[in-house]
Design a protein around this ligand. Structure first.
Ligand SMILES: [Zn+2]
Length: 253
């Protein structure tokens, strides 16, 4: 097995970290937008309640004008009644006055009812406005948390990029080029463990002599899976320069 395999495995681990960090960072604007979208329901409720309030006020105004109109009619009839000549005309006017006053009273009742309706709508406006404020606070907190996570992930990404550069320097150029080419085809898994006589990436059998060479520490060849083309490595014996958790991480990919 080529002595730079441990560095390549580390490179692969870092490339996985870099790819997943980038994917998470790229998803942030969408997540922020989704969080904002959660407010649209609460905002629509406020707009609807305010609309209902305007309509209720308009209706109250109209009913108040009705009261005014019937009052002025009653007043006009009373003024006319002082100048009528006949008894019949006087009686007719009295009838009109009584009718107009009845209408005033009915219209006043309606105004009262509408005032209560307006108050009810005002309570609803306050209620949905409070709901909206609460939702806004919750979303603001959620977004703040996302921004904090974003900051952390960005740092991780930057650290991984710096580390990758360092590790890449320790890999022979030709081998690095090969790794990059295979990684382009199989992102995050340019290397595959050869275990149980199989390439663990594609499942196809690895020839016994290749397995044997992979386990030979003095061997410096690069072996690739004949089927998927990935660079093969063996963890038996575990390459000594390789930290254990790195080996496990790469093996499970
Ligand atoms: Zn394979």
């Amino acid at each position: 097995m080529h002595p730079a395999i441990p560095q390549l495995l580390e490179l692969q681990r870092l490339d996985q970290v870099i790819a997943s960090s980038r994917a998470e960072l790229d998803s942030l604007p969408k997540k922020l937008k989704e969080a904002d979208a959660k407010l649209s329901g609460a905002r629509a409720a406020v707009a609807a309640a305010k609309d209902a309030h305007t309509q209720a006020l308009t209706h109250r105004k109209k009913l108040e004008l009705d009261v005014e109109e019937w009052r002025s009619r009653a007043k006009k009839y009373r003024e006319q009644s002082s100048s009528v000549k006949t008894n019949e005309a006087y009686k007719a006017l009295q009838h009109e006055i009584a009718n107009a006053e009845g209408e005033v009273s009915k219209a006043e009742d309606l105004v009262l009812e509408q005032m209560m309706a307006v108050e009810e709508v005002e309570r609803r406006v306050k209620h949905v406005e409070a709901d909206l404020r609460e939702a806004e606070q919750a979303i603001a907190a959620e977004k703040k948390q996302m921004q904090t996570q974003y900051g952390g992930k960005k740092k991780n990404l930057e650290a991984a990029l710096v580390e990758r550069e360092q590790v890449a320097k320790r890999v022979p150029e030709e081998l690095l080029d090969l790794y990059v080419r295979i990684d382009r085809k199989h992102p995050g898994s340019a290397l595959a463990e050869a275990r149980g006589e199989q390439c663990r990436a594609c499942g196809v059998r690895v020839l016994p002599h290749v397995l044997q060479m992979l386990k030979t520490e003095t061997d410096e060849e690069v072996y690739r899976c004949e089927t998927c083309g990935r660079i093969l490595y063996s963890l038996e014996p575990i390459p000594h320069a390789l930290p254990k958790e790195t080996a496990n991480g790469a093996a499970s990919s």
